[in-house]
Design a protein around this ligand. Structure first.
Ligand code: FES
Length: 521
C-alpha cells in the first residue's frame, strides 16, 4: 500500500467536508513495526494532521528517523474539517496579545504568522503540491459603533505588530457594515491536498506512517519511550502529541476548552462568490470565502461556534443556514460539516515540552480557530526543540508559562464549567426515559435499571447501549445528532455511536452495555 492512494478520506464526523472528495496518501507500514520490534526511532509523532505531518517531514529531512502513529487515517481530525484559512491575524487579536503578553510578544506573534505562511508557500513551491493555494486579502468588518471601536484598536495594534492592514470602504459581502479593514497577504488552500504533498515527501525520505494505530498506552524507561499501539509496540527517543490534547489528565486538559465550529459549502443561484476572505466581529463570529473545486465555486460560510457538548449542533447548523440565506441566494447546501478546535485560556497556543511529563515529551495545542497556521509554526518549534536548536517562539508558546493575569477570567470560567460538569454529571440523574421513546437516528441518555445509559437507535431500529461515562475523566457524554456522535462536554473527547474513540483525550472506547427487554423498543 505504500504511496498508494485511498479512494476516499474519512473524518471524525459523519458529515462530509468539502475536502473529502480527494484521496489521501496511504502508505501504511504497520508491518515495519511488526517486523522490527526492537527498532528505536528518533521520534514518535502521534497524529497525522497538519501539525504532525509537517513536524515529521522537518525532522525526517534533518536526518531523524520518524514514525507517525495515526489513530485512523491522515487528516481524519480537524485538518479534514478546517475551513482552511491562512491568516497572519488571529482569534487572539493583537490588542489582546499586547495587553496580556506585551508589545514585543505581539510583534513576535506577527512574525510567527508570517513564518508559517512562508513555510506553507515554500513547501508548495518546492514540492510542487497542487493544493489550490492562493494569496488573498482578508476583510474584517464592524457592524456597529462598539465593534468599530474594537476594530480601530485591532487596526492600530496590528500595524504596530508589523502586519500589513489598512482601512477600506468595502467588505466584499452583502452585509451592511459600519467600518472595515483589509489585511494583505492572507491565503487559502485545500488542506488534504496539502498534507498529501507533505506526506508523500515524508514517505519518500523513509519516514514511517502507521494508520489505524491509536496509541493506547506509553511509558518511558531510560530515555526510551515504549508506546503500545493498535499495530504493535513502537519505541522512540522522543514523543510528540500532535493530537490537540494529549491523553491522560494533565494541565492541557484544564487550560484548553473544546469548541465545535460549523461550516457550509453552498452553491449560489448567481455569481456573487466573494474573491477574498471575509470575517465579521459578532460573537460567535461568521466568515465567508470561496473555493473552486473542479470548476464549481462553493461559498464557504462558517461560524456559530460553541463549546463541545453544550449546545444543539443541529440548531447551530440551522442558524448558520438562516444567516447565509439572509444575504445570499442559495441554490443548495452542497456540504455541511463541523469540526473541533481548542481555545486556550490566555489566548495563545501551548507548544513545547509537556509539563510534568518525561523530558522529550512534546505537545502542541490551543490553536483556537487558526490551526493551519499554528500547526505549521508548531512544527518548526517542535522540530527545533527535538533537534536541540534555539527557537525564538518557544518561550512565548511554552506550555509551562504562567500567565496569572492574562485570561484569568476565562480560566476561571472554563474551569468552573468543567468542575460543574464533573459534579452534575456524576450526581444528578436525568429524567426517566423509556427506550421506546427513541426515534431512528436518535441518541439519548436514559436511566435503565438504576444505571445511566447512552442509547442510540439506528435506522433499522437496532438499539446500541453504552456506558456514557467518558473514559478520560468520568464526565457524561452528550449526543450530537448532527454528527451522530457522543461528545464529552469536559475536554472534548468524542465517540462514534458504537462507542469507538473519534477524538482524544480519551484513548479507551466507551463500554458497550448489553441490555435486555421483553419487547422490541
Ligand atoms: Fe475529559 Fe471526557 S474528555 S472527561
Amino acid at each position: 500500500m505504500e504511496n498508494s492512494k485511498q479512494n476516499s478520506a474519512l473524518r471524525d464526523s459523519t458529515s462530509k467536508s468539502l475536502w473529502q472528495e480527494v484521496a489521501v496518501v496511504a502508505g501504511d507500514k504497520s508491518t515495519a513495526v511488526v517486523n522490527e520490534p526492537d527498532k528505536i526511532y528518533d521520534c514518535l509523532i502521534v497524529g497525522a494532521g497538519i501539525t504532525g505531518i509537517t513536524t515529521a517531514l522537518l525532522l525526517q529531512r534533518a536526518g531523524h528517523s520518524c514514525v507517525i502513529a495515526e489513530a485512523r487515517q491522515p487528516g481524519f481530525g480537524t485538518t479534514g474539517g478546517t475551513s482552511a484559512h491562512l491568516n497572519t491575524f488571529f482569534d487572539a487579536t493583537y490588542p489582546e496579545v499586547e495587553s496580556d503578553f506585551g508589545k514585543e510578544a505581539a510583534k513576535l506573534l506577527a512574525k510567527g504568522g508570517q513564518e508559517a505562511m512562508s513555510m506553507i508557500e515554500g513547501f508548495v513551491k518546492e514540492l510542487n503540491i497542487d493544493c489550490d493555494l492562493e494569496s488573498k486579502p482578508a476583510w474584517l468588518y464592524a457592524e456597529n459603533e462598539k465593534e468599530s471601536k474594537q476594530l480601530q484598536k485591532i487596526l492600530e495594534a496590528s500595524q504596530r505588530a508589523g502586519v500589513s492592514v489598512e482601512v477600506t470602504n468595502e467588505n466584499l459581502v452583502p452585509v451592511p457594515f459600519d467600518s472595515v479593514i483589509r489585511f494583505e497577504g492572507q491565503g487559502q488552500f485545500h488542506p488534504l491536498k496539502y498534507i498529501n504533498g507533505l506526506l508523500a515527501e515524508f514517505l519518500k525520505l523513509g519516514g514511517v506512517l502507521l494508520q489505524n494505530s491509536m496509541i493506547r498506552h506509553s511509558s518511558v524507561e531510560e530515555g526510551i519511550y515504549a508506546a503500545k499501539s493498535d499495530t504493535g509496540m513502537i519505541r522512540a527517543k522522543k514523543m510528540f502529541y500532535a493530537t490537540h490534547i494529549p491523553p491522560g489528565i494533565n494541565l492541557m486538559s484544564l487550560r484548553n476548552a473544546p469548541y465545535r465550529s460549523y461550516v457550509l459549502g453552498l452553491k449560489l443561484k448567481n455569481d456573487n462568490y466573494p474573491d477574498g476572505l471575509v470575517y465579521d466581529m459578532q460573537e460567535p463570529y461568521h466568515y465567508f470565502r470561496t473555493h473552486v473545486i473542479e470548476g464549481q465555486p462553493y461559498l464557504i460560510v462558517g461560524g456559530e461556534d460553541h463549546k463541545t457538548g453544550h449546545e444543539d449542533p443541529e440548531a447551530a447548523f440551522q442558524r448558520l443556514k438562516d444567516y447565509a440565506g439572509q444575504y445570499y441566494s442559495v441554490e443548495s447546501v452542497a456540504y455541511q460539516w463541523s469540526a473541533q478546535y481548542y481555545v486556550p485560556v490566555d489566548g495563545l497556543p501551548y507548544v513545547g515540552q509537556l509539563p510534568a511529563a518525561a523530558e522529550g515529551t512534546y505537545v502542541a495545542t490551543g490553536f483556537n480557530g487558526n490551526g493551519m497556521m499554528f500547526g505549521t509554526l508548531s512544527a518548526k518549534i517542535i522540530s527545533d526543540l527535538v533537534l536541540g536548536k534555539e527557537n525564538e517562539y518557544a518561550s512565548l508558546f511554552s506550555p509551562s508559562r504562567l500567565k496569572p493575569v492574562a485570561g484569568f477570567t476565562e480560566f476561571v470560567k472554563e474551569n468552573a464549567d468543567v468542575a460543574w460538569h464533573f459534579i452534575a454529571d456524576r450526581f444528578s440523574s436525568s429524567n426517566l426515559k423509556a427506550l421506546s421513546d427513541l426515534k431512528p437516528g436518535e441518541g439519548k441518555l436514559v436511566d435503565y435499571e438504576g444505571k445511566k445509559l447512552a442509547v442510540y437507535k439506528d435506522d433499522a431500529g437496532k438499539v446500541t447501549a453504552l456506558n456514557p461515562t467518558c473514559t478520560h475523566a468520568g464526565c457524561t457524554v452528550q449526543f450530537n445528532a448532527a454528527e451522530q456522535s457522543w461528545d464529552c462536554p469536559c475536554h472534548g473527547g468524542r465517540f462514534d455511536i458504537s462507542g469507538k474513540v473519534l477524538t482524544g483525550p480519551p484513548t479507551i472506547d466507551l463500554e458497550t452495555v448489553i441490555i435486555s427487554y421483553d419487547q422490541q423498543p
